[in-house]
Design a protein around this ligand. Structure first.
Ligand SMILES: C[S@@+](CC[C@H](N)C(=O)[O-])C[C@H]1O[C@@H](n2cnc3c(N)ncnc32)[C@H](O)[C@@H]1O
Length: 307
């Protein structure tokens, strides 16, 4: 079971559980719920404990058999109905009052959360029903990142006498995932805006201005989210948030680094193709110098189609 350790992590993430549990307590009793991407069943089984009448649990991977076993071992098999498959391909026996889902990865594209939530809003939710999360805000923060410097430098030196420099340009388009330490922050977070998770987007283009703190090179952007589960109840993977969930944020390399001084500004544009997961980031300084990188140029490990 490839994802077992990942799910073990979700079962140990106190801040994440507390936020979903509190949001589910605001659910009116006797509601029908879709547990979208059920995993171990944690969120849907908690919804039952908080008064839901019935839960449909949809899980796309082979974990679905284990989700059923967990429902049975928690004596919930009569009200927790596991349906193996992708939520985007299934038709449920009936529409639901609430879709509960934790599908957000490090930033915008990982896990393809936005297409799955928009599809659930239009095909699985009753009119007037709720998505949890209902809104998501994305933000970026400038970094002076030793891990990005190392990520790019690695390809400049020969390894076992092999010159691997051609892969350096692929590393520039290959984001890292980490919990960046506060010592690497080169400014405060800047919001890229708030998206409604029920909206259908093929792609999104988000912009912001970041204000640099301190002098020195800025070689990366941290990208992260804050998702609203219910009014006033959020989860975030923002690196310095004391209540952040245990989920790494994305780190986008900027190559070459911007030589910045305190209070300089950088203009950021992020473009995401939500169905293919391609992310592009363009950053410019006041002098018009620009870095434009994309995961399209990153290392995918996929064979290049011929002919
Ligand atoms: C981040 S895990 C969360 C698991 C569980 N809900 C929890 O909170 O612990 C996401 C799960 O959703 C499943 N998944 C992703 N997209 C899905 C989809 N469109 N339909 C059904 N399952 C999906 C994945 O296989 C994975 O098990």
């Amino acid at each position: 079971l490839a994802d077992l350790l990942e799910h073990r992590g979700y079962l140990q993430d106190q801040h994440r559980f507390d936020a979903y549990d509190e949001a589910l307590r605001s659910l009116a009793p006797q509601r029908v719920v879709l547990d979208l991407g059920a995993g171990t069943g944690l969120l849907g089984l908690t919804a039952l404990r908080r008064g839901a009448a019935q839960v449909y649990a949809v899980e796309a991977t082979g974990l679905a058999d284990w989700t059923s076993a967990i429902a049975t071992s928690n004596r919930a098999e009569d009200r927790y109905v596991v349906i193996p498959g992708s939520s985007r391909e299934l038709v449920l026996p009936k529409r639901v009052d609430l879709v509960v889902c934790d599908q957000l990865g490090g930033f915008i594209c990982e896990g393809m959360p936005l297409p799955a939530l928009a599809d659930a809003a239009s095909r699985h939710l009753k009119p007037g029903g709720r998505l949890m999360p209902s809104k998501v805000e994305f933000a970026v923060r400038p970094l002076r990142s030793p891990s990005v410097a190392d990520h790019l430098d690695f390809w400049e030196a020969p390894h076992f006498d092999l010159n691997v420099l051609p892969l350096r340009s692929a590393a520039v388009g290959t984001p890292l995932y980490e919990h960046s330490p506060a010592s690497t922050f080169a400014g405060l977070p800047s919001s890229l805006g708030v998206l409604d998770t029920s909206d259908h987007f093929e792609s999104v283009e988000l912009r912001t201005t970041i204000h640099v703190a301190g002098n020195g090179p800025v070689n990366a952007l941290a990208g992260f989210f804050t998702a609203e589960l219910a009014p006033g109840i959020t989860i975030t993977n923002a690196p310095d948030d004391p209540l952040r969930i245990d989920r790494q944020h994305i780190v986008l390399p900027l190559d070459p680094p911007f030589e910045t001084r305190h209070a300089d500004t950088l203009e950021v544009r992020i473009r995401a193709l939500l169905h293919s997961g391609v992310l592009s980031w363009t950053v410019s300084d006041a002098g018009g110098s620009r870095r434009r990188h994309s995961t399209w140029q990153g290392y995918s490990g996929q064979p290049i189609p011929r002919g």
